[in-house]
Design a protein. Structure first.
Length: 131
C-alpha cells in the first residue's frame, strides 16, 4: 500500500511534463480564485475532497507531429505543456480515507492528456519540519 502524509498542506510535484487540451489556452486576466478554478478544471476535474489552493507552474505551447495522419496532414492540434517541477498544493478539510483514494488515483494515473505516454506523472512532496 502507498502511504501518504496528510500534514497540511498536501503538495504534489510534476515529475514529467503534463499536457493540457488547447481549449484551456487563455490569456485573459482573472482573479486568484478563477485562476485556481481553471487549473482544477484542466488537470483535476475529478477531485472532490482535496481542495486545490496553490499552483506554481511554467507553461509552454506545444504543437507536434502525428505521422500516422499522412503527408501534409501531420500537425497535431496545439496544446499547453505544464513543465516538469510544477507544484500543486491542496488542503484537506476532512474525509482522510476519500482523500487517500484521490491521491492514489492522481499518483497512479497522472494528470492531463497522454498519460499513457508518460505525461503528467506526480509524486507527493513530504515535508519534514525542523526539530
Amino acid at each position: 500500500p502507498i502511504l501518504y502524509s496528510f500534514d497540511l498542506p498536501i503538495k504534489l510535484i510534476l515529475i514529467s511534463e503534463a499536457m493540457i487540451a488547447s481549449e484551456h489556452i487563455d490569456s485573459e486576466p482573472v482573479s486568484d480564485n478563477e485562476y485556481i478554478n481553471k487549473w482544477k478544471s484542466a488537470l483535476f476535474p475529478d477531485i472532490k475532497i482535496l481542495k486545490l489552493v496553490n499552483v506554481q507552474a511554467e507553461l509552454d505551447i506545444y504543437r507536434g507531429y502525428d505521422t500516422t495522419k499522412g503527408w501534409g496532414k501531420a500537425f497535431k492540434e496545439p496544446c499547453l505543456i505544464v513543465g516538469k517541477g510544477a507544484t500543486f498544493e491542496f488542503e484537506l478539510n476532512s474525509y482522510k480515507t476519500e482523500a487517500e483514494k484521490e491521491l492514489t488515483n492522481l499518483i497512479t494515473n497522472g494528470i492531463g492528456l497522454e498519460t499513457n505516454n508518460g505525461y503528467g506523472k506526480l509524486k507527493q512532496i513530504i515535508q519534514k519540519w525542523p526539530k
